[in-house]
Write a protein that binds this ligand. Structure first.
Ligand code: SF4
Length: 582
């Protein structure tokens, strides 16, 4: 199975597919959540630190896929485990304590109700640093089944997308604590080392991995993404920002004002983490997505307010992308008169209202007042107020901080991402923009976009299955990984073999979604992107319906799926995918 599905996202998806009933209630006890490490974890492969969770998402009702860095997944792997499969539901709050000799379930009712910071502190108290276990946990948002709740490691690194925190909460799972110190054996150290040397060399050559991310963090992308006309504004109503306002939330401003020091996940030479301080509060971030989704998307250019709200999301356990997208949707509904002051309890929920941000984080987390409705995500919120057209989601997941009208490749990535609108699972099209200069992206090419996004999605699948960071894609694609993973495992993972593995995983994810009720109609964009143009340079751009349909059709063909997006029996056989027995 490891030869066919590699690890991380791939192996977790296979185990999940075999274990779960696709029609199950995502918050019911039949949902299954798989957490996976990968074959490169525990080595010193650059950025090999990421764990992956697969589950049925309460936001989308389809496959949920979420990934995070830090050091938790390395500790899990070093305790001697590849996967953890979580089924059923505990009668009372529990944690799972993972050690090399055994994993056990322990009751932790006393931790229920605590935020992420307090939970982490309690579970690591009185242990000297050398033996300190690593803690992954949910905060009150997950406990309260907020659909956009995440799972948090080390107080700041979040498995955010698709609502894994709500699934943990529904199972009464508060935390997973691990302690591991095992050393990884290499089958062919020389082969591994040749891949490693090449990877490190290429990362030192590429400007984004060499300097930009270390010096400015991911929010160093704010002005670059604006430069290519992709930075969204006010719930995707336009992409027009005042340059002085934008500078207030840029990576440079963050570095000059709130930054205390940079940091890095395990084995990462890039080091994009931002350790920041606002008055007496300290934390990490904000990242690019958080900055834009809680900032310009909500008409807000106040870096301190964004940073404080980001700290609070991490403390209480919320995905900042879906949270920002849902608040932006609520702001548009409020400004257009569909949500009233009565609904908000007197809060002026207007674009630009920075003081509303932290208030909304608390209302959503504890499901108070209007927060109870926002806790369901923007699609359910907008439907409740009879205007679903203001929810900027695909398959029920909030679109992150890249406007799809500025790139057909990006648009198609959102449309066909298995987990809904995700820039990571949908294909990190933005890295195409910086391989050879913005002009070289096939930005509005109907012919190239389906192939380009398939390739980007496949690279992302490999990165998620190897446990490495998306940002390495700014420096190189699959080749060095092929040698490293072959050297570690002793399997022949040539680049051609890895391509086959990625196609297999993409097709299995598709199969699950079809069985869970998705159709080709779900592979689409909100109508705003086809009706309301944005300005890119001097040109008006949108994604016309014909382009949506044509790209979808061609994408299916490139994937080897039929015109309804269904993998053929021939494809399943070629990829050696065993589908569910009926
Ligand atoms: S680039 Fe940033 S997010 Fe990626 S592994 Fe390094 S520190 Fe972590």
């Amino acid at each position: 199975m490891a030869e066919l599905y590699l690890g991380g996202r791939g192996l977790a998806t296979r185990i999940f597919y075999d274990a779960v009933d696709p029609s199950c209630d995502p918050l019911g006890e039949d949902n299954v959540l798989v957490i996976a490490a990968s074959p490169l974890l525990g080595t010193n492969a650059p950025t090999a630190c990421r764990g992956h969770m697969v589950f049925k998402s309460p936001l989308t009702g389809l496959i949920g896929s979420s990934n995070s860095g830090g050091t938790w997944a390395n500790a899990f792997k070093s305790a001697g485990y590849d996967l953890l499969v979580i089924r059923g539901k505990a009668p009372k709050p529990v944690m799972i304590d993972v050690k090399p000799e055994k994993a056990e379930i322990i009751q932790v009712s006393h931790l229920w109700g605590l935020d992420v910071h307090k939970t982490t502190e309690q579970l690591t108290a009185n242990v000297p640093p050398a033996n300190r276990p690593k803690v992954l946990c949910i905060g009150p948002a997950g406990e309260n089944l907020v659909l956009m709740a995440g799972v948090v490691y080390d107080k700041n690194r979040v498995y955010g997308r698709c609502g894994p925190g709500a699934v943990w909460g529904s199972k009464k799972l508060k935390a997973i604590r691990v302690l591991g110190k095992m050393k990884i054996e290499y089958e062919d150290k020389e082969q591994y080392q040749s891949g490693l040397d090449q990877a490190l060399y290429l990362m030192k050559q590429a400007p984004i991995t060499k300097r930009l991310l270390r010096e400015l963090g991911t929010s160093g992308l704010v002005e670059l993404i604006d430069m290519i006309g992709m930075l969204p504004h006010r719930n995707f109503q336009d992409t027009l920002h005042n340059a002085d306002d934008l500078t207030k939330v840029s990576g440079e401003t963050l570095s000059k004002t709130l930054l205390e020091k940079s940091g890095a996940c395990f084995a990462c030479p890039i080091g994009c983490q931002r350790h920041t301080r606002v008055e007496d509060k300290k934390g990490e971030g904000p990242e690019y997505e958080t900055t834009v989704m809680m900032g310009p998307q909500c008409g807000i250019y106040n870096l301190e307010a964004i940073t404080r709200a980001n700290y609070l999301c991490n403390e209480l356990g919320l995905d900042t992308i879906s949270f920002g997208g849902t608040v932006a949707c609520a702001m548009e509904l409020f400004e257009k008169g569909y949500i009233t002051l009565d609904d908000t309890g007197g809060v002026e929920l207007r674009f630009g209202e920075a003081s509303a941000l932290e208030k909304m984080v608390e209302l959503v987390t504890f499901r108070r007042g209007l927060g109870d409705k926002l806790a369901e995500g923007s699609l359910r919120l907008a439907k409740l107020f009879n205007h679903p057209e203001f929810s900027m989601t695909v398959k029920g997941l909030e679109i992150p901080a890249y406007d799809p009208r500025a790139s057909y490749t990006q648009a198609l990535g959102y449309m066909t991402s298995p987990s809904g609108a995700c820039h990571l699972r949908g294909g990190y099209a933005v890295s195409l923009a910086f391989f050879g200069g913005a002009k070289e992206i096939p930005r509005w090419s109907l012919v190239q976009s389906p192939i380009a996004i398939r390739n980007m999605q496949n690279l992302g699948i490999l990165q998620d299955s190897l446990g490495i960071c998306r940002f390495t894609g700014f420096a190189f694609p699959a080749d060095p990984w092929s040698r490293m993973v072959s050297g570690v495992t002793g399997f022949d993972f040539s680049t051609a073999r890895l391509e086959e593995v990625a196609n297999r995983i993409a097709t299995l994810e598709r199969l699950f979604n079809l069985e869970a009720g998705a159709t080709s109609e779900d592979d689409t964009l909100p109508e705003r992107f086809s009706l309301e143009p944005i300005l890119v340079g001097k040109e008006e751009k949108l994604v016309p319906r014909e382009a949506v349909e044509k790209m979808r059709e061609d994408y299916y063909e490139v994937r080897g799926w039929d015109e309804r997006g269904k993998p053929s029996p021939y494809l399943l056989k070629s990829l050696r995918i065993k589908s569910r027995k009926k």
